[in-house]
Design a protein. Sequence first.
Length: 119
Amino acid sequence: QVQLVESGGGLVQSGGSLRLSCAASGLHFSIYAMGWYRQGPGKQRELVAAITSGGITNYSDSVKGRFTISRDNAKNTVYLQMNSLKPEDTAVYYCNGRRIRGVEEYNYWGQGTQVIVSS
């Protein structure tokens, strides 16, 4: 059974930092692309950052230069370092693992962790 478990969310003041972690189990972690998504109040879920199995990263324009995604395949964990946080970063952050093999797609989600940035 695949599980993605996020941790590290919380309440932080504007300008502060948080580090989110997502521990994966039940899948061959190193071959999965991993991503962080977020869903703010009244908004659709959006991609924040992603990292391929080979370590290539991409970021949404809204977080570029402030957030860093990384992965530790030995620990089956993906991280999101968030610096210079803004109130508009307030959201539930979700971890995602995705793999495409031929016509099959494997897509897994964590339960989410709340981040609240106060002004």
